[in-house]
Design a protein around this ligand. Structure first.
Ligand SMILES: Nc1ncnc2c1ncn2[C@@H]1O[C@H](COP(=O)(O)OP(=O)(O)OP(=O)(O)O)[C@@H](O)[C@H]1O
Length: 279
């Protein structure tokens, strides 16, 4: 969470000051989690599907615990990059190295569809995230704890079919968190949710990231979401990183603030200019 430590000059207004104090208080607790996230170094990464060269040389270093958002036009290769990072697909060339060799449960992905098992109750669905550790004596307690973290402690005995879309995504998040991952990749996880549920889920993602200190990689179409949540926003274009924007604003960030709107505008302008070039 190194990026979050860099503040821009603090506004003297009382509200901004209160936010600043809350931020400093939070950061005092941060060292507890500092060792949790894994750093990531990507060199010369390329990926082709047949003749379609989607990624054409990605070079990137993500410090441990950083929250990175990846944006770009539809089909630019965001999900492809995330799948390569998560080990779900193999690169055509180049390398991806973590700060330490991750265990299988250290790198997790949350998708847009919750992918819950319809025949298993909520608690069992969360236990699935433990993989082989599911047989351990504390598996159930860990799954219960993860459900409480996402605010669904009272839904443990329910079937997935009776949950709302937002609740299903919370179960999917609990399943991703239960193994205490060191890297958590999100592939448009809130894309199917209504606007209000989306905002409360964004706040939940930010809270669990701050509490747990994993490195977060979020693929999203929503530039406002990217600047609200991330320490850094990467814009992918023509198979490369076209923009690498540091979001140097204290947390929690105020949705609708002038600073967020300005950053969002800058990134959108870049994306729109890029799309005009290709017409
Ligand atoms: N398994 C695959 N086989 C063949 N082509 C693929 C495969 N996966 C992705 N592609 C192609 O790679 C390109 C990038 O796809 P990707 O899903 O990474 O884009 P994206 O930026 O995440 O798009 P969107 O924002 O629409 O989800 C697309 O042209 C897509 O058709």
């Amino acid at each position: 969470m190194q990026e979050a430590l860099r503040f821009q000059p603090v506004d003297a207004r009382p509200v901004a000051r209160a936010n600043f104090i809350a931020e400093v208080q939070h950061l005092r607790r941060a060292p507890d989690n500092a060792a949790r996230g894994l750093s990531l170094t990507i060199r010369g990464l390329r990926k082709s599907f047949g003749d379609n060269e989607v990624l054409r040389g990605i070079d990137l270093h993500i410090p441990a615990g950083q929250f990175v958002a990846i944006v770009g036009r539809s089909g630019c290769g965001k999900s492809t990059l995330l799948r390569l990072i998560a080990g779900l697909d193999k690169p055509t060339a180049g390398s991806i190295a973590f700060g330490e060799e991750p265990r299988a449960q250290d790198v997790r992905v949350m998708f847009q569809e919750p992918r819950l098992l319809p025949w298993a109750r909520v608690l069992s669905n969360v236990e699935v995230g433990l993989g082989r550790e599911r047989a351990s004596a504390d598996a159930q307690a860990r799954a219960e704890h993860a459900l409480v973290e996402v605010g669904l402690g009272d839904k443990r005995g329910q079937w997935p079919s009776v949950l709302s879309g937002g609740q299903k995504q919370r179960v999917a998040l609990a399943r991703a968190l239960v193994s205490q991952p060191r890297v958590l990749a999100f592939d448009e996880p809130l894309g199917a949710l209504d606007a209000l549920t989306r905002i409360s889920m964004q706040q939940l993602l930010e809270r669990v990231w701050r509490d747990q200190g994993f490195s977060a990689i979020l693929v999203t179409h929503d530039v406002a979401e990217a600047v609200a949540l991330a320490d850094r926003v990467l814009v992918i274009e023509d198979g490369r990183i076209a923009q690498d924007v540091t979001v140097d604003l204290p947390r929690p960030r105020r949705r609708g603030s002038a600073e967020l709107a300005a950053l969002e505008g800058e990134i959108l302008k870049h994306l729109l200019e890029g799309s005009e070039d290709t017409q």
